[in-house]
Ligand binder design. Structure first.
Ligand SMILES: Cc1cc2nc3c(=O)[nH]c(=O)nc-3n(C[C@H](O)[C@H](O)[C@H](O)COP(=O)(O)OP(=O)(O)OC[C@H]3O[C@@H](n4cnc5c(N)ncnc54)[C@H](O)[C@@H]3O)c2cc1C
Length: 445
């Protein structure tokens, strides 16, 4: 394998240098090498251990892509621009690419695709082997400190700890990722490198797909470990519904985690930055309204509040849930722990008969289950986020090559760009597609 350690630096000049050997950088390097055999492609990565983010992805199984990828599952730059890049390397091409590398993928009910081995090492090993086959050399740990354009070449300067001070390259592919999980090497330094070439950054760069922290005395925190499907909605201070997701939601000792909260996290942060009164509202009875539950409790007479809510949960909903994530089934029963917590929160007794509730209390109970405003205090930050929302706008690139419009021969791909996807394999699909576009184009022009 052409992976060189610290003591064997390249000495020849480089045709194409790739900075960052994560998902996007490896893909770019492979396709640069394949497109122009014989061209010298070298990828530099600051990490001691390559591919850490690939190895932790999908709980160590690596959720490589999703059966239904479209631009509507992404935010950031314009959807049309995202679509133009995604369609250059789509899901069937991703499946065929990995198959060619000897990796079979399987789709789960949720639409997520994983290697049949259920082991992320299969993906990383296949990508590294493909680099070798494509004639790519990977140098690590080589942290790039800065890049300057000298004469007609890029001069790449390394950290003082690296045995070589600098190298020159004719073309540069920047793939250093965003700021999520910085211990893997993606510490946001790529933004500084890109800015030195005249690129701009979005005004906000925030952690996305990140757990939410909730006021420490909130009763949901006492339900730590409980995971149920909920509808999570971002509501403007005007009451207008901004975004919603229906997916599994995990109560934790600090707040909320699981696919639903992770997906809503970027939308909530953006809404709150625009409108300080924007809130997160939960519905633990997806598809049901406050009015429906209120009417059910009114008609429940002698039945206890606890049993009435259980029955209501099991009764068929009158509406379809249009924002429910694929593969998510509602539970057969709503756990008693959450019923008691939400009834108590509304100031009522779960064991009391429904007829004993005053009109106001009954309304509060119905609201507590269907439109509960959560005092979110923030997020767990980049250390716990899966992706970065914000970055370098796609508008600054030629979309067919991801070559910079502000500096010739500079291509940028992956999470550094202002594109973030939902949970489910969308972010890797962006890395594969944008890496493919940057790598093939850098080798062609
Ligand atoms: C815990 C976790 C789980 C995830 N699970 C999934 C999943 O299952 N499915 C999915 O689609 N997405 C998942 N993601 C998101 C996905 O991993 C990223 O979107 C994707 O890895 C981004 O690829 P990238 O190559 O752009 O950046 P990165 O993977 O971050 O790679 C950037 C590389 O650049 C290197 N680098 C940074 N700065 C420098 C420098 N100055 N000099 C040299 N090298 C440098 C870093 O060491 C790193 O190797 C997950 C993320 C996390 C954190």
């Amino acid at each position: 394998m052409n992976v060189r350690s610290l003591h064997s630096p390249v000495s020849e000049s480089i045709d194409i240098a790739v900075i960052g050997a994560g998902a996007a950088g490896l893909m770019a390097a492979i396709f640069a090498g394949r497109t122009a055999p014989g061209v010298k492609v070298v990828a530099f990565d600051s990490a001691k251990k390559l591919g850490s983010k690939i190895l932790v992805a999908g709980g160590g199984r690596c959720n490589v892509t999703h059966t239904a990828v479209s631009e509507s599952s992404y935010c950031g730059s314009s959807r049309n621009a995202i679509k133009k890049v995604l369609r250059r390397f789509d899901v069937p091409q991703t499946i065929a690419f990995f198959q060619e590398l000897g990796v079979e993928l399987k789709a789960e009910d949720t639409g997520k695709l994983f290697p049949t081995t259920d082991d992320a090492h299969t993906i990383l090993d296949a990508l590294l082997a493909a680099c070798t086959k494509a004639g790519v050399t990977i140098e690590h740990p080589f942290r790039v400190q800065s890049v300057r354009f000298v004469g007609d070449e890029f001069q790449i300067e390394f950290d003082p700890a690296t045995p070589r001070a600098s190298v020159q390259a004719k073309k540069l592919i920047l793939a250093t990722g965003g700021k999520s999980l910085p211990k893997t090497g993606s510490d946001g330094h790529g933004y500084t490198i890109a800015r030195a070439f005249g690129h701009s950054l979005t005004p906000r760069i925030v952690p996305a797909l990140v757990p939410l922290t909730v006021q420490s005395d909130h009763p949901l925190l006492a339900l730590s470990g409980l995971a149920i499907p909920m509808t999570l909605q971002v509501t403007a201070s005007s009451g207008k519904k901004l975004t919603s997701f229906t997916n599994s939601t995990l109560c934790t000792h600090f707040g909320l985690s699981g696919p639903g909260p992770l997906d809503i996290s970027r939308h909530l942060q953006h809404a709150q930055l625009e409108d300080s009164g924007a809130s997160l509202n939960l519905n633990v009875l997806p598809g049901r309204t406050t009015e429906e539950l209120d009417a059910f409790l009114t008609a429940a007479g002698n039945v206890s509040v606890l049993n009435a809510i259980r029955r209501f949960y099991k009764s068929p909903p009158t509406r379809t849930i249009d924002d429910i994530a694929e593969g998510v089934d509602l539970l057969a029963d709503l756990p008693e722990r959450i019923i008691r917590a939400l009834v108590t929160l509304a100031g009522a007794d779960a064991s009391a008969p429904c007829h004993s509730l005053t009109r106001e209390t009954r309304k509060r109970v119905a609201t507590s289950f269907t439109n509960l405003k959560i005092p979110v205090t923030g997020t767990r930050g980049f250390t716990y986020s899966e992706v970065t929302a914000g970055g370098i706008p796609l508008a600054e690139f030629h979309l067919d090559s991801l070559e910079s419009r502000v500096h010739k021969n500079l291509h940028i791909c992956g999470e550094l760009l202002d594109v973030d996807g939902q949970i489910g394999g969308y972010n890797f699909q962006w890395a594969w597609a944008s890496g493919f576009v940057a790598g093939t184009a850098a080798a062609r022009c």
